[in-house]
Design a protein around this ligand. Structure first.
Ligand code: FE2
Length: 533
């Protein structure tokens, strides 16, 4: 409680508040004045805020009266950081923004029920990390033009090789030679430099290969080619069938590298993989109780333990912690302001995961590694010595029980949604399918922070399963035999995310059974842990 002598005297001359309260008896209602001590407290609080140009809504005075003068001055300081203007009206929302309780998990001892029989333990682990696809410890780029050229050429060459293997009735030609084949229909493979809409509503493209550039028009009347061309994005590597004219070339068809068609893989072992991403540990908005519930469930506590018993792996697609300085005024959203302390909490939490579960994890844009992709693995200094942790770079490539697996945090998914018609952040799995079609995890170079390594680490070679995070929204689909899992988040929406228009599905954990080839989502928001299919 605030005490009179903890408030200074500066507010004594301020106008008096006329605060009244009502008491009811069985027979009548009396309006009485509050006692002087209470009144004085309120007057002083109002005065302290007013001195700094802050007006407060009467309904928040009660909450402020519970705080010490020191706490009130701290709140005023934070509010002034948020509002530099002279006069601001502070309501419940403004107050919550600077005073939200720090939430830290209370670690409960986990005692496994005697009937918990983890079948996954019997199978052991059969997995391999593709170290040659991991940038950790071997970043070569200095960010100069030469690095950029090597990176782009490597990307072009890999995707061109795939496109050249695709059958076509048209003869293939390089850009410069194609210009001379007037009247013929030829296939050119190139990287898209520019895409525009003409005044008449057609699409114009400029593509480039090793020999030069080519201007191509996609007429809106050619419905099939036009619909495909709408999905072309900058830096796409495509095969384009064109009718060569005297002044310009006209597109007839567009082909992306795409994934080969195959059946979905299954295995004999009755094993499952659990997926987690975007916990943002250290944030006030971290779903601590729900996460702890999930960790207990992995130990057989709660309903549906038959699903938990089969989990042999957990994949984490980045953003383990909230980090510091990732967005404006993030400090007000942090329960833990030191990134080392954030990772200490990660360690404490993951110690609760049973030993028979292997945890393969990559960083995201909030983790303590460089922001540019490919990102190196989160270091041991941060993660400690947890024996079942396997920390790899982003993107990360592994073979898990025969499944060619990609872990990618997913920063490029936002740019896919904003550049390809029909995609939305609410369906991240559809954006991932567009990445698979392009055989590249970050197709638009300037819209992702990409370090120009000499080899293109974003190249998709083979893939039976891909796990992404970043969008904080769960999603699942299958595409040409590849399983796509967007693993949601463990963070309630922050004020910043609300302002950005984010959609989130916190506390839903996808679990994929490798034998049945089936996904199940478990909702940890409540004790009953619902199954959502
Ligand atoms: Fe995130």
């Amino acid at each position: 409680m605030i005490s009179e002598n903890r408030l200074d005297d500066k507010s004594k001359d301020k106008p008096k508040l006329h605060v009244q309260t009502a008491t009811a008896t069985s027979s009548n209602i009396n309006i009485i004045n509050l006692d002087d001590e209470e009144k004085n407290k309120e007057i002083k609080i109002v005065g302290l805020f007013r001195e700094k140009g802050l007006l407060i809504k009467p309904s928040i005075i009660g909450e402020l009266k519970e705080k010490s003068q020191e706490e009130i001055l701290e709140i005023i300081g934070k509010l002034k950081d948020l509002h530099r203007e002279e006069l601001v009206f502070i309501d419940e929302i403004e107050l919550k923004e600077v005073t939200q309780e720090i939430k830290l998990p209370s670690f409960a001892d986990i005692s496994r029920p005697s009937d918990f029989k983890p079948l996954a333990k019997e199978f052991g682990h059969d997995f391999k990390i593709y170290k040659e696809r991991d940038v950790t410890g071997k970043s070569k780029c200095g960010g100069n033009i030469e690095d950029f050229v090597k990176n782009v050429n490597d990307r072009f060459q890999k995707l061109k090789d795939i496109l050249e293997s695709r059958p076509s009735n048209n003869k293939k030609a390089k850009a410069e030679r194609a210009k001379k084949l007037v009247g013929e229909t030829v296939r050119v493979i190139g990287m898209v430099m520019r895409k525009n809409e003409t005044k008449k509503g057609h699409i114009s493209l400029e593509i480039e290969d090793e020999t030069g550039t080519l201007f191509i028009l996609v007429l809106k009347d050619d419905k099939e080619a036009f619909e495909k061309a709408k999905k072309i994005i900058k830096d796409d590597v495509i095969a384009i069938d064109i009718k060569v004219g005297t002044n310009f070339c006209m597109a007839k068809d567009v082909t992306w590298p795409d994934m080969p068609v195959k059946n979905k893989r299954t295995i004999e072992k009755d094993l499952s993989i659990g997926f987690i991403s975007d916990m943002h540990i250290g944030s006030k908005y971290f779903c601590d109780k729900e996460f702890e519930r999930m960790l207990k469930w992995l130990n057989g506590v709660g309903p549906h333990k038959e699903i938990a018993e089969k989990i042999g792996y957990i994949l984490i697609a980045g953003d383990l912690v909230d980090g510091v300085g990732n967005y404006p005024k993030q400090e007000y959203d942090l329960a833990i302001k030191d990134v080392f302390e954030q990772y200490k909490l990660v360690q404490e939490l993951f110690k609760m995961v049973p030993d028979h579960i292997k945890i393969i994890l990559i960083p995201g844009n909030h983790d303590a590694v460089r922001l540019s992709e490919p990102q190196p693995a989160i270091s041991k200094e941060m993660l400690g010595d947890i024996p079942n942790f396997v920390s790899i770079g982003n993107p990360g490539f592994a073979n898990i029980e025969g499944f060619e697996t990609i872990l990618y945090h997913g920063v490029s998914l936002g740019s896919m949604s904003s550049n390809i018609p029909g995609l939305t952040p609410a369906k991240p799995e559809e954006a991932v399918v567009e990445l698979l079609k392009r055989r590249n995890l970050a197709p638009i170079y300037d819209e992702c922070d990409i370090a120009p390594e000499h080899s293109d680490y974003h190249y998709i070679d083979k893939c039976d399963m891909i796990n992404t995070g970043h969008m904080h929204k769960n999603g699942y689909t299958e595409y040409r035999g590849t399983v796509v899992v967007a693993s949601g988040c463990w963070q309630w929406l922050t004020e910043y995310q609300v302002k950005q228009g984010h959609v989130a599905t916190p506390c839903l954990m996808p679990v994929y059974n490798l034998k049945e080839g089936r996904i199940t989502h478990l909702d940890f928001k409540n004790e009953d842990i619902k199954l959502l299919g």
